[in-house]
Design a protein around this ligand. Structure first.
Ligand SMILES: *Cc1c(COP(=O)(O)O)cnc(C)c1O
Length: 446
């Protein structure tokens, strides 16, 4: 009797693990997913049948669907519809096609530190260094490290440890969560010597502070806020003579990594100008306005850059082959998405936005409104990038974020704003479909 009931139990018809692992779809997924992940996915499909969520016959199709949806990375691609070009929470700069290709190449064995002609070890990332120097002939030498913070730590450690680093009080910045300039420099063993006041610092303030204990003069771009009103700061060119006269290096952290002056961002400092104005070392991030991978760039006088490169800390903050490859390709290859978004043609942006609103055809629920984009990510604070957005009910936003593809809109003033500035034009249709299904899920014209 018991045996008969067991034979009828549908759970006995659940496919066996070995049979499921032998499915051609599972075999095909072996190149993407580990054996442990495959087995775990199989077990979960079987468990769903055991608990009665699906029928035994549906285990194989459910497994195939699970595998198709399973990627080796948990990171999900996001359409950035916020209008914020360098979005910290979305990984800052999306890479150019050339940089993505370079990542694929660099994923294998590559001659990152080898001279193939002679077979001996070579300078690491020589091609990247050459590309940087070609882009910025104002610099004599270049060094790439892990990120901008690491570049700053390396420079202040190598030039200022046990000595004083002179900084204007108005440039005492907190860059982002957990990164305060003062803490960072204190951690290097350098003593921070503040000069001036929050709103005004003069050349004489620097001159009074320079002495036998001075390791370097440091100028930091306050990249995420702006002081206005009764203010004064000494520009790089103003500090050059003092630095030369007293024989102390002048280090300038420009932050965003703009190579040259951009009329679209009139206040944003750039690497070329800082070098031309007399900085011994300039520091910048690779993944802000340069539009490349995470990296810290150090460029300037050969003697100083080589001193930094020889410091033991340089080894601890060195850039990996993937970043070196992507950075070189960002400089040498076609335009980076950051530059495209920053200089998006306003007429074309309006056309695309109107098309999106029309395709949604929601009788008033989707309207085109003026909307300013932003540079974001510690660059050009307060500088608007005039454009447009499709305005939707606020309740659409969480549905868009949870959708496929995931879309991150801007939620502001009780509305969900979809700004196309940072959405590649080739993705407009996918975006339209995502918004439409979010609106459908919300229940029509609400
Ligand atoms: C962003 C920024 C940094 C830090 O660079 P990361 O690449 O984020 O480490 C340092 N200084 C300034 C002025 C910045 O804007």
């Amino acid at each position: 009797m018991t045996e008969q009931r067991l034979a009828q139990d549908p759970r006995r018809r659940i496919p066996r693990t070995d049979d499921l692992l032998a499915l051609p779809e599972v075999a095909a997924a072996r190149s993407r997913l580990s054996e442990a992940v495959l087995r775990e996915t199989v077990r979960r499909a079987q468990d769903r049948a055991r608990s009665g969520q699906i029928a035994p016959d549906d285990v194989a199709p459910a497994l195939v669907a699970d595998l198709a949806a399973r990627s080796a990375t948990s990171l999900r691609p996001v359409l950035n519809a916020t209008g914020v070009v360098v979005h910290t929470n979305l990984g800052r700069a999306p890479l150019s096609e050339a940089a993505v290709q370079a990542l694929v190449t660099a994923g294998g064995y590559v001659d990152v530190e080898l001279d193939l002609a002679s077979g001996v070890r070579s300078r690491r990332g020589a091609g990247t260094r050459e590309a940087l120097l070609a882009a910025l002939p104002e610099a004599e030498d270049a060094l790439v490290v892990n990120n901008g913070a690491a570049a700053l730590v390396l420079a202040t450690t190598a030039l200022g440890a046990g000595r004083e680093v002179i900084v204007s009080r108005g440039e005492f910045v907190e860059i982002g969560a957990g990164f305060r300039l003062s803490d960072l420099i204190a951690s290097t063993g350098a003593r921070l010597r503040e000069v001036g006041t929050t709103n005004r610092t003069h050349l004489a303030d620097y001159a009074d502070a320079v002495g036998p204990d001075t390791g370097c003069l440091l100028k930091v771009h306050p990249s995420n806020f702006r002081v206005s009103g009764f203010t004064a700061a000494v520009p790089v060119a103003g500090l050059r003579d003092l630095a030369l006269e007293r024989g102390v290096p002048l280090v300038v952290d420009v932050g965003s990594g703009l190579l040259r002056h951009d009329p679209a961002l009139p206040q944003e400092p750039d690497l070329a100008s800082a070098l031309a104005d007399g900085a011994d070392v300039v520091i910048a991030s690779g993944d802000k306005l340069l539009g490349g991978p995470q990296a810290g760039l150090l460029l300037g006088r050969a003697e100083v850059i080589q001193r930094l490169a020889r410091h033991p800390l340089a080894r601890a903050v060195r850039a990996d082959k993937l970043s070196l490859a992507a950075l070189e390709a960002t400089l040498v290859g076609g335009p980076a998405p950051v530059a495209r978004s920053l200089h998006a043609d306003p007429g074309r942006l309006l056309e695309r936005t109107e098309t999106l609103a029309r395709d949604l055809a929601r009788g008033g629920a989707a309207t085109v409104v003026p909307h300013d984009g932003r540079v974001g990510g510690g660059g050009a604070p307060g500088v608007p990038l005039p454009g447009w957005a499709v305005r939707l009910p606020e309740a659409v936003a969480p549905l868009l974020r949870a959708g496929d593809p995931a879309v991150l809109p801007r939620v502001h003033d009780g509305a969900c704003l979809v700004d196309l500035r940072c959405v590649p034009e080739s993705r407009d249709e996918a975006l339209t479909a995502a918004v439409r299904s979010a609106l459908d899920a919300l229940g029509g014209d609400s």
